[in-house]
Design a protein around this ligand. Structure first.
Ligand code: ADP
Ligand code: MG
Length: 270
């Protein structure tokens, strides 16, 4: 009897029982390579073209500047869950201005996995973490450079509300991607003309694929709501809904004035 015939259906009922005991457990449900299929399964609304493009994008570095309530959380949670399911052992790190916010993103992912009936447990090391049966792990970390070291081989880092995350945290997190050539997804409304998110969106020479989604163009929010928001929010409206990087209170000169003043020919001053 060959080793393989041992696993084949047996005529003898006793062999059949033995076979069912040693057969591998049922595989996890197959996940389509196209994340749009997962979105279709999990969301009650169709994704818009930009959401779909970001979900499918193979780009290593993405910076998405968009208005409030556009769907950043839903879209990035889906992208992370798809990666976690498709790539066993994937390491995914979530960062936000506070642990409460990165935890909210983790909770959105937990909701999706729960709907898919995929059991998760804590990784036993991090308070806000999920370990999937295929060995993928998703960890929400705080906005603090001194306590977030120690991750490596990271497949994806998502930084939500990135304009409000400290530069020191970004500098602590970015090296997680070094060995794995992992991906980085920055999502935010604007906040001032400084910091890594401002630079990701504005510096022409970096490798970020950038998306700018303004409320007046996305069609997500009604014109009535936007008219009211304009009245109620005053100067903040442009920042919260129209992707405008307005000057911070601590800033004296608008960034464009500073940039114009720096003549690229005078290299010594760059
Ligand atoms: N393409 C879409 N069509 C309709 N509703 C959407 C779409 N994308 C997101 N939403 C809804 O918009 C709301 C805000 O989504 P969320 O991901 O929390 O936005 P954000 O993180 O940008 O503030 C949620 O109720 C979400 O279900
Ligand atoms: Mg959000």
């Amino acid at each position: 009897m060959s080793l393989w015939s041992f696993f084949e259906p047996a005529d003898d009922p006793a062999d059949a029982v033995l076979g069912s005991l040693i057969r591998a457990p049922d595989p996890e449900p197959a996940i389509s390579a196209d994340p749009a299929d997962l979105a279709h399964q999990l969301l009650s609304f169709p994704l818009d073209p930009v959401q779909l493009e970001i979900l499918r994008s193979p780009a290593q570095y993405i910076a998405l500047c968009c208005h409030r309530q556009w769907g950043k959380t839903q879209c990035s949670a889906l992208k992370a869950v798809h990666l976690a399911l498709r790539q066993p052992g994937a390491e995914i790190i979530l960062v936000a201005p506070s642990l409460r916010q990165s935890g909210a993103l983790l909770r959105a992912m937990f909701g999706f996995l729960n709907t898919l009936k995929i059991n998760v447990k804590s990784d036993g090391l991090n308070r806000l973490s999920m370990l999937l049966p295929n060995g993928s792990r998703i960890v929400a970390i705080p906005n603090a450079s001194d306590t977030v070291r120690g991750f490596s081989n990271v497949s994806l880092v998502i930084i939500d509300e990135a304009a409000y995350v400290r530069d020191e945290t970004y500098r602590a997190v970015f090296p997680f991607l070094a060995a794995s050539r992992g991906k980085l997804l920055l999502l935010s409304t604007p906040h001032g003309q400084h910091g890594f998110f401002y630079r990701a969106v504005h510096e022409p020479e970096n490798n970020f694929v950038r998306y700018l989604v303004r409320a007046s163009e996305s069609g997500r929010l009604t014109p009535e709501f936007l008219a009211m928001a304009r009245l109620e929010l005053g100067d903040s409206y442009a920042q919260e809904f129209e992707c405008s990087f307005t000057m911070g209170e601590e800033q004296i000169f608008d960034r464009s004035l500073i940039d114009q003043a720096l003549d690229p020919i005078i290299q010594a001053f760059r």
